[in-house]
Structure formats: C-alpha cells, structure tokens
Design a protein around this ligand. Structure first.
Ligand SMILES: [Zn+2]
Length: 98
C-alpha cells in the first residue's frame, strides 16, 4: 500500500495529500450509505387479540374459544396461558390439567 494518496483524483481539496494512511478519500468522497438495518423482529404468530378472537362462528353457531370465569360468570373470559387460565377481572386462576 502506498502511503501517499494518489493525486489523480481532483475531487479533493489540495490539503488532502497531507493525510497519509488514513482512508480519508473513502470517508470524504463517499458518505457511507447508511444501511437501515432493520432489526430482525421475528414476530411469532400469536393469537388474535380482541373480543372477536374469543368467539368462533360456525354455521350461525357461536362457540367460545376460552373458558369463562367461574366466579364472574358468563361474559368474563379467562386468559389462556400456557399452564393456566386466569380471569383478568377477579384474578381467579385455574390450572390446566394434563
Ligand atoms: Zn373472574
């Protein structure tokens, strides 16, 4: 590698040749194209959220996808965790049986 920058390029000011090993030419001439590194967010497909996700309609029949709270009664769905159902209203938890 030559220490002197080649004076062939005219796009640099005269003061440039003073800098030696620095790759100033690359830094100055080409302002790094900032690659927008998109964070790899692998979204796991989770269940849909919202009340509509609690119901499934088949042939004008409505079925509920979650159990309802025993304490609060119908209309209070329990959250579906991996090992338990929980009522967000009263805190009632029922563990899933295996
Ligand atoms: Zn409840």
């Amino acid at each position: 590698m030559s220490k002197k920058a080649p004076p062939k390029k005219e796009d640099k000011p005269a003061a440039a040749p003073k800098e030696e090993a620095k790759p100033a030419a690359a830094a100055e001439a080409v302002p790094k194209p900032q690659k927008a590194e998109k964070a790899k967010h692998e979204k796991k497909h989770r269940e849909e959220k919202g009340v509509h996700a609690m119901y499934k309609v088949e042939d004008s029949k409505v079925s509920r996808a979650r159990p309802t709270c025993e304490r609060c009664g119908a209309g209070y769905f329990m959250a579906d965790h991996h090992d338990r159902y929980t009522c967000g209203h009263c805190g009632f938890t029922r563990y899933k049986q295996k």
